[in-house]
Design a binder for this molecule. Structure first.
Ligand code: ADP
Ligand code: MG
Ligand code: MG
Length: 254
């Protein structure tokens, strides 16, 4: 079962081509990692998949569960199971985390043709999910991400993911580096929520996240393309040898 099929995807921002022909196939039950140097286009790729309006797709195709993803509105993408965890989570003063989560959750239920959960039932559900992230219930009454530490924002993000049960979760990790606790939160969440019906795509600059998440495939992105695909060993090799050899190898072959 193919969840996401990307062929020769090209995209630009402000007239500059950033993605220069990305090819990637993700099947159900798989965990993929995209690694690469800063500026290689990793975040751009995740935003294009989510439908961020700043990025113009200029070529190629993206098929998500048999549908042309590029023709779907960003909201439709998320309702149909694409979850993008942002590098810099939004703070929403005045909106409680609980209300925010309930709106997001019920939007998805509605899309599935199910009745909305009332506040009472939702409260029960969300408390179950708190266990996944070992989050204290007091976080639910606070404003979304406001004053949250880096680790707390991560927990909140994974809580959203646990509730929404995405078909394709994309986690774009900040290049500035998460502390070890936050890394473990992300990794535990991914490991608990990954199953045979969904797929996880973890984007990271650093190998260390992959000490906790075992990806089935590791891809290297450079200059807007995926230039190499391997297994977990590739990530270890990159940590040991850097990126230079992969880049040179790709240049020779091009
Ligand atoms: P990565 O996530 O791999 O570090 P990005 O996708 O963030 O890389 O960036 C890839 C390239 O695209 C960089 O050169 C960056 O400056 C450029 N870029 C990304 N977004 C924008 C934007 N909104 N406007 C201008 N340039 C952008
Ligand atoms: Mg970057
Ligand atoms: Mg990035």
């Amino acid at each position: 079962d193919v969840i996401l099929s990307v062929k020769d995807l090209r995209a630009e921002v402000d007239g500059t081509e950033i993605l220069k022909g990305v090819d990637l196939e993700i099947r159900a039950g798989e965990i993929h990692a995209i690694m690469g140097l800063n500026g290689s286009g990793k975040s751009t790729f995740s935003k294009v998949v989510a439908g961020h309006p700043d990025y113009e797709v200029t070529g190629g195709e993206v098929i998500y569960l048999g549908q042309n993803l590029l023709e779907m509105e960003p909201e439709a993408r998320s309702r149909s199971g694409i979850f993008l965890a942002f590098q810099y989570p939004l703070e929403i003063p005045g909106v409680s985390n609980l209300d925010f989560l309930r709106v997001a959750y019920n939007a998805k239920r509605k899309h599935q043709g199910l009745e909305e959960l009332d506040a009472f039932d939702f409260d029960e559900l969300v408390r179950e999910k708190l266990d996944v992230v070992k989050m204290d219930a007091s976080f639910l009454s606070r404003s979304v991400n406001e004053g949250f530490s880096g680790g707390e924002k991560k927990r909140n993000e994974i809580l959203q993911m646990a509730l929404l049960e995405p078909k394709l979760a994309i986690l774009d990790e900040t290049d500035s580096g998460l502390d070890i606790d936050a890394l473990k939160v992300v990794a535990d969440g991914v490991n608990q929520l990954a199953n045979a019906e969904n797929a996880m795509l973890v984007i990271t600059h650093y190998q260390r996240l992959l000490n906790y998440i075992v990806p089935d495939y590791v891809h290297v992105m450079a200059n807007g393309r995926i230039i190499r695909t391997g297994t977990k060993e590739l990530a270890l090799e990159l940590e040991e040898r850097g990126y230079e050899w992969v880049l040179e190898d790709a240049t020779v072959k091009a």
